[in-house]
Design a protein. Sequence first.
Length: 258
Amino acid sequence: MYSSSFCKVYDAFGWNYFPMYFGELLLAWMDEEKRPAGSGRQIRRCLDLACGTGVLCGILQENGFDVQGMDLSADMIAEARKNYPGIPFDVADMVTYHPEGRFDLVTCTGDAVNHILAEEDLLQIFRNVYDSLEPGGYFVFDFLNRKETIPGEPFEVDYSEHIRLQLQITGEEELVHLHIRTLSDGELLFEEDIREKYYEPEWICRAVRACGFSIISCGGALDHAAGSLTEEELSALAGQESSATWILAAQKPEQEPC
């Protein structure tokens, strides 16, 4: 879990870039889904899992959606509540989280699913999301593409004349370790050590389907019509996809099984 210090500078250091980018993709995708060629599902109520500082929640609210967020980190939620006081946020664990009511859309960004190190825990999260959705509702999330996130050499980023961020990524079998050191005029402010797990696209898709969803999009953007792909075709796509992050969109059936 991120430290209090890191949470306070998360947005200032640019770590909010992905939810902003994801928000643009999501809004365009939702508009496409409402067209005659799409499913026509009306999306009103949204839930963002692992919402961090609330950036995606803010984007959705600005575009007229009823939204709420949750995160395991109380410090992240403190920043989210400060940034977006009109949005309800919960501090909770995705593995055991059961929000009140149901939603038309559940999102989970920033490779948060890769922070879940046990397969059974991730399966439970997928089941929880299924239960939290209205019939016909959507689940959209991203995950790391192993091929494009193979650990490399350490690198540094200067955020200002005084602040420097050092990052080193190392891999060990199925795990990736991200070590972050933040310095001010050469003095260490704080450091983070984050562990994530790679999940193969085939496993992710099988797990999502096993929980009752149909897959309607999978790939480097929200424009891959993957709902009818066989596992062999998906494996071939995985070998060709050059994006470091995959996005998967799934849908709960309009009619729930008896």
